[in-house]
Design a protein around this ligand. Structure first.
Ligand code: LCS
Length: 398
């Protein structure tokens, strides 16, 4: 039976463990074998030619398909309820391959006001080098989206929650508007993982992950995933993936397959810890504001509860003492690590304005509400009392 057909009837954790791979037919290996090979032997010249012509299935060369990587691609497609998936050597390789396959010179991309710094950098690169236009708008507001759409808008690009402000976008609302104008909705689902949010269920077209984060989960691999309609994924595989070449190595695919097997238990714990840490910060006298979708005071709490299966593990906050207090606090943590990235089992704390989002000019950052005092915490799966003790101690130095 086809893995994806089986997966439709199963729960998210079962899919994460079983989709894309059954016992290895050659050896009975329970774990997915790492096919550490660059190339594949053709049974005949004619068969090789048929594979190149797309007339026969079969592997050719690992830049255009590898059995270990394929298991990961099928698992992620099944989790996101997509037809097909593609794995990349980084989240940015996925973002760039998808966008460059969907647009050409003169086209327009409409993005959320607030994007991961390098995605913002890529939009500027596409504009400066290839005259692909872009605008960013507040996508919490349907009228603002309609105002910014152009006849040339090919892609609506969304992050939700937005890195690092945690603002949400109503996926169903954007998908409806996009359908009216024939634009493709691309969603960066990194902050949620497919365990907590599946944009395709809301009518969106393509989903991207920095698999470096929750998908891998252990802070030991850089990777990206894109999933969506098979025709679009096939096109990307044979163009911006094959010819630009940002593919994933078989060993890294193996690490992600291994990571996905514990996605459910990790995400449940990230959510549980995230909620308790957010509540602790919310009560703390030195904290001015906490941005976490699971707090009833969060402006989009209702949307979060409707659209997401959990509130996740990322919290942004500001101290009453501003940036200087924040720096003292971040320099005092011991258990939480001062590091970029997120979604790891380890708790990570960083300063967006000078780190992940430093590439965005200060004026643009202000429009995105990335204040200089904003701190982002990725709550890990350590014992939550230990995380809270560490933050409490660090805040005493703030
Ligand atoms: N999309 C989002 C939402 C991200 O947060 C990142 C990386 C990427 C795409 C790019 O993925 P990568 O190429 O790194 O796998 N975000 C980072 C962050 O917030 N801290 O360090 C990297």
């Amino acid at each position: 039976m086809n893995h994806n057909q089986t997966a439709k009837k199963q729960g998210r954790s079962t899919v994460a463990i079983h989709a894309g791979y059954d016992t290895d037919p050659h050896t009975g290996s329970l774990a997915t074998p790492i096919y550490q090979t660059s190339t594949f032997v053709f049974p005949s010249v004619e068969a090789g030619a048929r594979r190149f012509a797309g007339e026969e299935s079969g592997y050719i060369y690992s830049r255009i398909g590898n059995p270990t990587v394929q298991v990961l691609e099928e698992k992620m497609a099944a989790l996101e309820k997509a037809e097909a998936g593609l794995a990349f050597g980084s989240g940015m390789a996925a973002v760039s391959a998808v966008l460059m396959a969907l647009v050409k010179t003169g086209d327009h991309i409409l993005g959320t006001q607030g994007l991961y710094g390098c995605t913002y950098g890529l939009l500027n690169l596409l504009k400066q080098r290839f005259q692909v236009e872009y605008d960013l708008c507040d996508m919490t507001d349907e009228a603002a989206i309609r105002e910014h759409l152009l006849p040339t808008t090919k892609v609506i690009y969304i992050e939700t929650p937005i890195n690092p402000t945690m603002k949400l976008v109503d996926l169903g609302m954007v998908a409806k508007v996009a359908k009216e104008v024939g634009a493709c909705v691309v969603v960066d689902n990194t902050f949620m993982s497919p365990y907590l949010q599946r944009p395709i269920e809301h009518g969106c077209d393509i989903v991207i992950h920095s698999a470096t984060k929750y998908v891998g989960g252990h802070g030991d691999v850089i990777a990206g995933i894109a999933v969506g309609p098979k025709t679009v994924m096939d096109e990307i595989r044979m163009t911006t993936q094959k010819d630009i070449g940002g593919i994933l190595a078989p060993f890294d695919a193996y690490l992600l397959i291994r990571g996905l097997k514990t996605l459910g238990v990790r995400m449940d714990r990230h959510c549980e810890n995230g909620q308790k840490v957010a509540e602790f910060l919310h009560r703390h006298p030195k904290i001015a504001a906490v941005y976490y979708p699971g707090l009833p005071s969060f402006p989009q709490y209702e949307l979060a509860s409707r659209q997401m299966d959990g509130y996740g593990g990322i919290i942004s906050f500001e101290l009453k003492g501003g940036l200087e207090s924040g720096i003292r606090m971040m320099n005092s943590v011991q258990l939480c690590k001062r590091a970029v990235s997120l979604g790891d089992v380890d708790s990570l704390i960083q300063h967006p304005a000078s780190m992940t989002h430093a590439v965005i000019p200060a004026e643009e950052r202000r429009k995105m509400d990335i204040t200089d005092g904003l701190i982002r915490l990725s709550v890990g799966i350590e014992d939550v009392e230990d995380i809270i003790d560490d933050l409490d101690m660090a805040l005493s130095y703030a």
